[in-house]
Design a protein around this ligand. Structure first.
Ligand SMILES: Cc1cc2nc3c(=O)[nH]c(=O)nc-3n(C[C@H](O)[C@H](O)[C@H](O)COP(=O)(O)OP(=O)(O)OC[C@H]3O[C@@H](n4cnc5c(N)ncnc54)[C@H](O)[C@@H]3O)c2cc1C
Length: 387
């Protein structure tokens, strides 16, 4: 077997890359190797589905601008024959709320967001109270509200890309990658657990929380670790005004889902590793107090279910590593380390990697600053919009 590009990992990132490689005017041959096409433990289907432009770095904002535009037409673009298809895009807005001490940070990000064409409103404490009467606001300095952002169904995004990439000619191979043969700083063959080997001109590491294992196969050490995060589904008997996706500085992040809500409080001190055990007390201990504090109507909240998923956490700066292993193995391309924002950036990432490989450089959004060099130089890309 021989392909121009072998993508390792068929989650939202890997499938988007395959889709854009096949859609490109100089489309090349592509194989996506995915160990588990049921995606039982993959991060994509376990994501909360939030998509926002509320970042502070131009790259992240621009990636969101493009990706969210894609989500708004995704149902049509990924339609398969006559079959109904929907990612359930909900343009219900995104709201970052900040205490007085962090308002300056919010204002700085706000200026960059506006400069990049984001429809964002700065809400004062009084605006917040008026718009969201059930929210406790007396300790808040303000909020950034982006009404064009929202959330979607992550599994459908993955399936849309998967089916479309296949329709466009990408080969989908079910197998576990166990080794990458390389020679003279060039990745040559991807070895599968069933004994097959695939020759490749480019190898893309899109293995999410497992990206470190894949990089180690070529001798590259990446600062990407699996970090467990719970997503809870909960409801409350007290009905309140419709909410956008709400996020605060203490990492409470949640949104409406059906007649209830979905969200949680990521714990960045969580020991790293592949671990899906659910701590059933976490909601009562951490999430409930945060919710009930901010929205007293949530005093009587009940947790209906909790699912554990993995962030592909980039320990350096919480941003992805996109691009080649420069100077060491230029045909080994990283697209991992997305931490908590890989799903929303899947469209822009797929396009970017396709441009890198097929055009030789970024054409649309210059993501050079998200490349490997910043890790070598230990120059974290400071992003205020990741809390
Ligand atoms: C609880 C939770 C909530 C989140 N909420 C959001 C959110 O609201 N918005 C957002 O944008 N992001 C969110 N994220 C982050 C998001 O889920 C990830 O950044 C994104 O899904 C990463 O996609 P991926 O394709 O890189 O990884 P994955 O979906 O994990 O895909 C990687 C694939 O690689 C495969 N693989 C691994 N090793 C091998 C191997 N050796 N051989 C072959 N295949 C292999 C795996 O089977 C897997 O299917 C959340 C994550 C979690 C856990």
């Amino acid at each position: 077997m021989q392909y121009d590009v072998v993508v390792i990992g068929g989650g939202a990132i890997g499938m988007s890359i395959a889709y854009y490689l096949r859609k490109h005017k100089s489309a090349c041959s592509v194989a996506v190797v995915e160990a588990d096409p049921t995606y039982e433990l993959a991060s994509t289907p376990r994501a909360s589905g939030g998509a926002r432009r509320l970042f502070s770095t131009p790259e992240n904002i621009e990636m969101s601008n493009y990706s969210i535009d894609c989500f708004t037409t995704f149902d049509r673009d990924m339609r398969f024959g006559e079959e109904e298809f929907s990612i359930s895009w909900k343009k219900n807005g995104y709201l970052f709320i900040m205490p007085h001490r962090a308002v300056r940070m919010l204002e700085e990000s706000f200026a960059v967001q506006q400069a990049h064409g984001v429809n964002v409103q700065f809400l004062t404490q009084a605006d917040l109270k008026q718009k969201f009467p059930s929210m406790k606001v007396d300790d808040l300095g303000g909020g950034a509200y982006s009404p064009d952002d929202g959330w979607l169904d992550p599994h459908s995004v993955l399936q849309g890309y998967r089916r479309k990439a296949k329709e466009l000619g990408a080969e989908l191979i079910t197998a576990r990658v166990v080794a990458i043969e390389h020679q003279n700083k060039v990745a040559r063959k991807v070895a599968l657990a069933d004994g097959r080997k695939i020759e490749a001109s480019y190898v893309v590491n899109a293995a999410g929380a497992w990206a470190k294992e894949i990089s180690e196969m070529v001798g590259m050490t990446v600062p990407i670790e699996p970090m467990k995060r719970f997503e809870h589904h909960f409801d409350t008997p007290v009905s309140i005004e419709p909410l956008p996706y709400v996020k605060d500085l203490d990492r409470l992040a949640f949104r409406p889902e059906g007649s209830g809500y979905s969200g949680g409080v990521p714990n960045t001190n969580q020991p790293r590793g592949v671990d899906f055990d659910v701590d059933h007390d976490y909601f009562e201990r951490v999430v409930w107090p945060a919710l009930a504090y901010r929205f007293p109507a949530f005093e009587q909240v009940k947790c209906r279910s909790t699912l554990a998923g993995l962030y592909d956490q980039n320990e350096v700066d919480g941003n992805p590593i996109i691009g080649p292993w420069t100077g060491s193995m230029d045909n080994f391309i990283m697209a991992a380390g997305y931490s908590g924002h890989g799903l929303m950036h899947a469209p822009a990432s797929g396009r970017a990697v396709a441009e890198l490989i097929l055009d030789g450089r970024y054409q649309s959004i210059d993501l050079t600053r998200l490349g490997w060099q910043r890790i070598v130089d230990m120059r974290p890309l400071a992003e205020q919009g990741i809390v």
